[in-house]
Design a protein around this ligand. Structure first.
Ligand code: NDP
Length: 243
């Protein structure tokens, strides 16, 4: 039977590649975006050229009502959700001492609260089906921490904790919950780094290269196919952090 997946933050970068891969693998994809409407619809058009249809839904998933709206769309159209990819995220590059309450709310709500709300919304359907797969896109910084990205590290460490705890709670309902914790991946998120800074980062990575969005999407495909992996934080990082 056709599977239904929601991918948050699918207009760009990692989420876009995940959505594309799932759709090409015959999964019905609901691709969410917040601000990048043009990019989101360009993904739809790209896939239409291969006769693949996806749904595009605008929602700022850092707010409960909007996250609810996204899941309501899926339920109204497809009756259920089998796969949830909590991918949407933002980074914040600042001295910890300069972070404001507004920064805290923005980063934590976008990266962590959204995963809480989105998961709460889809879990009843997965429990009913006795089947489900939740994949959270975390970060290497949630494992080892990053200077100048303390709020971001907190949000991703929260995601890792949620992944492990929820996997235990939902295991008996045959719902698998895992996280992928990328190192550095070539997306807009890293536009802040100069060419020289990126070269320096590369020199610290044993595989001597920056990751590509496909590296993450391939792992998502595998996690969806698999049926015995849950509660794991899979770090795809070229060996940058080996814990
Ligand atoms: P991009 O900046 O390329 O894309 C971010 C995506 O998230 C966009 O589609 C954006 O949508 C969406 N988004 C942001 N805020 C919201 C919101 N409030 N509601 C809905 N969608 C939102 O980033 P990446 O692809 O690099 O990042 C994807 C995930 O991977 C993030 O969780 C990030 O933390 C994680 N990650 C990335 C790494 C990297 O090196 N790139 C490394 C480790 C983890 P829109 O533009 O439409 O607002």
């Amino acid at each position: 039977m056709e599977k239904i997946a929601i991918v948050t933050g699918a207009s760009k970068g990692i989420g876009r590649e995940i959505a594309k891969n799932l759709a090409k693998n015959g999964i019905k994809v609901i691709a969410n975006y917040n601000k990048s409407q043009k990019e989101a619809y360009s993904l739809k058009e790209e896939l239409q050229k291969e006769n693949i249809e996806i749904d595009i839904v605008q929602a700022n998933i850092s707010q409960r009502e909007e996250a609810n709206k996204l899941v309501e769309f899926a339920i109204k159209k497809y009756k259920t959700v089998d796969i949830l990819i909590n991918n949407a995220g933002i980074s914040e590059y600042k001295m910890f001492i300069d972070e404001t309450d507004e920064d805290w709310n923005k980063v934590i709500n976008t990266n962590l609260y959204s995963a809480f709300v989105m998961s709460q919304n889809v879990i009843p359907y997965m429990v009913h089906n006795k089947n489900g797969c939740i994949i959270n896109i975390s970060s290497i910084w949630g494992i080892v921490g990053a200077s100048l990205e303390v709020l971001y590290s907190i949000s991703k460490a929260g995601i890792n904790g949620m992944t492990k705890a929820l996997a235990k709670e939902l295991g008996p309902s045959n719902i698998r919950v895992n996280a992928i914790a990328p190192g550095i991946i070539n997306t807009n998120m890293n536009e802040k780094f100069t060419k020289q800074e990126l070269e320096e980062i590369k020199s610290q990575i044993p595989l001597e290269k920056i990751g590509q969005v496909q590296d993450i999407a391939k792992c998502v495909n595998w996690l969806i196919e698999d049926n015995y992996t849950t509660g794991q934080i899979i770090s795809i990082n070229g060996g940058w952090a080996i814990t």
